[in-house]
Ligand binder design. Sequence first.
Ligand SMILES: [Cu+2]
Length: 356
Amino acid sequence: MHSLHHTSFLAAVLSITTQVAAHGHISNIVINGVSFDGWDIGSYPYMEDPPVVVAWETPNTSNGFMSPNEYTTDDIICHRNATNARGHAVVAAGDKINLQWTPWPDSHHGPVISYLANCGASCETVDKTTLEFFKIDGVGLVDGSSVPGIWGDDRLIENNNSWMLEIPSSIAPGFYVLRHELIALHSAGSENGAQNYPQCFNLQVTGSGSAKPAGVLGTDLYSPTDPGILVNIYQSLSTYVVPGPTLIQGAVSVQQTTSAITATGTPVTGSGGGGDGSPSPTSPPTSPTITTTSTITTTTKPPATTPTTTTPSNTAVQSLYGQCGGNSWSGPTACAAEATCTSYNDYYYQCVPTGV
Ligand SMILES: [Cu+2]
């Protein structure tokens, strides 16, 4: 046991190191005030018996992304080596879901896209390679009047790093995988430069709708040369085509707001659904409780650091993916270690990883 814990500790330390330079994932989703935990990549992959959650499970401990050269692999479906969520949440067609991301880097401009796919009898056992996704929301370039523009994920950042979507009221009741995705385009001017961050959740949709929209396999969603994938956002864009199939009839892109959390939800397990279909926030968990992992959980928390000095702005160092030059730019022009200031055009220079 000692060596096991030692190994886990080292893995946890490694995860801290990689998360410093990393990107984002969904920490929880909120349905009518009831919050359901996401898949905690900082601790669950190191547990022998992680909690049952409504999110698909992935050993994505680097908090990373999928690349265009992986669009034809199963990993694009619900992120790298993803396996089925072991529980689901109940939501009525027409209700809204708020998806809470970890703080999203403001350099990572790009679209926010959401899909559903019907699972048949159970999303907990469905073969992900058979899922056919249809698009229920897609917000790309919101305002292109300045470069690099205001994008869906800029709206997400403004909205407390969360995204509100609505399950179309027309959707037939049943079990569905919700596939929600951010695509970061800060390096998408080069082939294989876009970054896809798909996240999947299991839902049971209730209601009286009858629509069963056609969808496409996850591996058929995108091509590396789609106009919304291979695109230079540091030049003025008059239009932007959100990648993937077109929105279904009845799709609603809602005003972005946040959800107050009033209760913690328990994932429903088994294909029988949630009884009357209502969330049961006060019932005891159906998932195994965490027993041996408190040490690991504690060690995954980065140590608190307190800056002791402030750097004058004229010698400031820009962080990775931040702006570092361009016409009328008065901010820092030096990049942090491991990054190089690169000119994309006369008015936008960016700190990008050295050697990439
Ligand atoms: Cu990133």
